[in-house]
Design a protein around this ligand. Structure first.
Ligand SMILES: Nc1ncnc2c1ncn2[C@@H]1O[C@H](COP(=O)(O)OP(=O)(O)OP(=O)(O)O)[C@@H](O)[C@H]1O
Ligand SMILES: [Mg+2]
Length: 395
């Protein structure tokens, strides 16, 4: 069928034609800002899950809901090399600007500007310039040099400014696992303080499955400060809707066999569902997607995934790292003890440390628990077993 009309949207952070199976998370978000907006308290949220489960897309949906509710959505995707203070200063600066009105400068606005002025003086001169806001520092406000305290004071002033106009601020932080421990400590402590003061400032963070552990490591009370919804594959009913609804809107239907085949192959992972939907649509003839179209789509999806989703990641691995991945794939699905991976390779666990560390840094595997490792990408083990036959014997 006409690829121009194809509704499916495989990609990174690309909004799906039907956002399904996340009602609980959406409700929790509405509840969070609803409660904080009324001076109540509610836990901020930490979404975690493997690559391609729909974390970024949910943050986008949260941003539009927040804005519809009159809140400021401060959105940022962290990178390993991000300068924390600079990024925060930019976000807060933009949020303050949104509260500026012609006429007399109110006290809350003056204080928020002053806090930002103090906060940015701790950044190098270049940092200050790149932030693009240069307010006079306010003595005694966000100028201690301690990240925890300064960030807490800065966000508290922003929260007070927002509260003045019955709105609030939500920090939407993607890939938060990439922040260093010190920054995570500062962030958690600042949010703790805001929660105590009942200010309308919330955070929704998203990241890999390691994120909850990192936040607890930063501050043990993170456990009580946040809710930690895990995102994974969609339930069968939701997977079916993710496929059927976009097509139905354009008068196209799926046969039951076609749905069953795609669900089995994709495992209900959102990104895979979009790839399958797209390829099956393109392969179909007439206004229906049947089993035959899915069979034709199979080669297209395999090529797409192997080259883009899996292949590009694999290219970044060294020989020793690849060997570890292949052994991990041979041991089993999901988190596996590094001990067993080492045994499968005929090596000592210690000898794998450099390769393990390299893979974690490259984002291919994550430390899943005590002595365990797992792939960050769903179906990655399956891919390797297909690509490197004889898997576990590979050294
Ligand atoms: N609830 C959903 N229903 C249907 N499709 C979805 C859903 N959530 C995400 N998708 C689709 O899945 C793909 C991946 O989404 P997204 O980029 O948000 O995942 P992610 O978890 O942020 O991945 P990564 O960890 O790689 O950043 C996109 O093509 C998106 O359209
Ligand atoms: Mg993402």
């Amino acid at each position: 069928m006409d690829p121009i009309q194809n509704p499916y949207a495989p990609g990174a952070g690309t909004l799906p034609p039907a956002l399904v199976g996340r009602d609980r998370e959406l409700e929790r978000f509405d509840f969070l800002i609803g409660r904080l907006g009324r001076g109540g308290s509610e836990k901020s949220l930490v979404l975690h899950g493997l690559r391609g489960v729909g974390k970024t897309v949910l943050l986008t949906e949260f941003a539009s809901r927040a804005e519809r509710a009159g809140w400021s959505a401060l959105r940022h995707e962290w990178r390993r090399e991000s300068d924390f203070r600079t990024a925060i200063a930019r976000l807060v600066g933009a949020a303050i600007a949104a509260h500026e009105r012609p006429g007399r400068v109110r006290r809350a606005l003056r204080r928020a500007r002053g806090a930002l002025g103090s906060f940015t003086t701790a950044i190098s001169t270049e940092g200050q310039v790149s932030v693009g806001f240069q307010w006079e520092p306010e003595r005694g406000l966000a100028d201690s040099g301690e990240l925890e305290q300064d960030l807490g004071e800065l966000l508290a002033e922003l929260g007070a400014l927002a509260a003045e106009s019955d709105s609030g601020v939500v920090l939407l932080f993607d890939e938060l696992q990439l922040l260093g421990l010190e920054e995570l400590e500062g962030l958690v402590a600042a949010l703790h303080r805001l929660a105590q003061e009942r200010l309308p400032v919330a955070m929704v963070a998203a990241g890999l499955p390691t994120l909850p552990g990192l936040l607890l490591e930063a501050k043990t009370y993170a456990e009580r400060l946040f809710g930690f919804p895990a995102l994974g594959a969609l339930a069968p009913e939701a997977s079916e809707r993710a496929l059927r609804e976009p097509a139905a809107e354009l008068g196209v239907s799926f046969s039951d066999e076609a749905i069953a085949a795609i669900m089995a192959e994709s495992g209900g992972y959102p990104y895979f569902l979009q790839e399958w939907g797209k390829a099956a649509w393109n392969a179909a003839r007439g206004g229906a997607i049947d089993r035959e179209a899915v069979a034709v789509a199979e080669a297209v999806v395999a090529e797409e995934l192997d080259e883009e989703f899996f292949g590009l990641r694999m290219e970044r691995a060294s020989g020793a790292e690849l060997a570890l991945c292949v052994a991990l794939a041979g041991v089993g699905e999901g988190p596996q003890p590094i001990r067993e991976v080492a045994a499968a390779m005929g090596r000592e666990p210690k000898a794998l440390s450099p390769a393990r560390a390299g893979l974690i840094r490259k984002g291919l595997v994550y430390p899943a628990g005590r002595g365990e490792v797992a792939f960050t990408v769903p179906h990655f083990g399956r891919y390797l077993r297909r690509r490197v036959p004889g898997g576990a014997e590979h050294r």
